[in-house]
Design a protein around this ligand. Structure first.
Ligand code: GUN
Length: 298
């Protein structure tokens, strides 16, 4: 049996970070300042601490300024909103990212709504969603933008392809569907109430799985030769004698890889793209904020 091509998101992301770093250097030479990303973390969620640390290191490596703000878990909503407004007003800050989830006393939607849409490098603001929806210049959430980059790299043109997105979140499923439509694919959004999900997925030339359920998509759901993008990162319960369970995606990898034409692994597929695209969005924000044309082809 033939085996699917493994889509190497890790290598693609490394190349993107490198390219962004070169453009960031050129930006600094032109403007006298580096592109700047402010990341705000409230509380001590261990996963969030790891993400924020990775974003900081990636910024520095890509010749960008990183402004980290770590606030205590009992920070009030008013104090966080005041910080966001201060970052909005700071000309050294091109991108503002407030790490989610936030503690229960803080309304996430209110915080996101306070970020200047022109600094919304996460693409979570309703203005960003609206701009994507009507085709205006703005910011697209990093994970779906990373997925469409991998698909365009693989196929070139996605015109006329049948795509199924499993999951309808504001952060992944909905923007992913929009990006696929914009690339002239025919798109179905499937979700927990979809009837005959396996049959729906079996029609797809492109499957994007973003549901957060370990290995839910089975090999016999995949059309032979299809491209499979697995956004899921799920930890299985530990095997006996092990401290941690294995990380798996939303797709049963071995089964799907025996049928698909190409597939992203977990880890090493979509995951590494997210931070690389965040840097890309920050670079673009810096250019727009400095009234310069962003580099082409990014
Ligand atoms: N928490 C987990 N992923 C993300 C992300 O991409 N952006 C923000 N702001 N918070 C997150």
């Amino acid at each position: 049996m033939t085996q699917a091509t493994r889509i190497d998101g890790k290598a693609f992301a490394a190349r993107l970070r490198e390219t962004v770093g070169e453009h960031a250097l050129a930006f600094a030479q032109k403007t006298g300042r580096k592109p700047g990303l402010a990341v705000v973390l409230v509380g001590e969620d261990p996963a969030s601490q790891v993400y924020v640390g990775s974003k900081h290191k990636a910024c520095i490596a890509a010749n960008m300024e990183s402004f980290e703000h770590r606030l205590p878990a009992d920070t009030s909503e008013a104090d966080l909103l005041a910080l966001v407004e201060q970052l909005n007003a700071d000309p050294a800050v091109d991108g503002v990212l407030v790490q989610l989830p936030l503690p229960p006393q803080i309304d996430e939607q209110k915080v996101i709504a306070t970020i200047d849409p022109d600094k919304d490098v996460d693409g979570f603001h309703v203005i960003s969603a609206g701009r994507l929806s009507v085709g205006q210049e703005g910011f697209v959430p990093c994970t779906p933008l990373g997925c469409i980059m991998l698909l365009k790299d693989l196929h070139g043109d996605l015109s006329g392809m049948d795509a199924v997105v499993i999951g309808r979140s504001n952060i992944v499923g909905k923007p992913m569907a929009q990006l696929l439509v914009d690339a002239n694919a025919t798109v179905t959004i499937a979700h927990s109430r979809t009837k005959n999900l396996a049959e729906v997925v079996r029609r797809a030339d492109i499957v994007v799985a973003a549901v957060g359920r370990a290995e839910m998509v089975r090999g016999d759901w995949i059309k032979p030769g299809a491209s499979v993008i697995d956004v899921g990162i799920n930890r299985l319960p530990p095997e006996p004698g092990k401290e941690k369970g294995r990380l798996v995606g939303d797709v049963a990898y071995d089964e799907a890889a025996a049928v698909a034409g190409a597939i992203t692994p977990v880890p090493g597929g979509v995951g590494p793209m997210t931070i690389a695209v965040l840097l890309r969005n920050t670079l673009v924000a810096a250019h727009r904020n400095a009234s310069l044309d962003p580099p082409e082809g990014l």
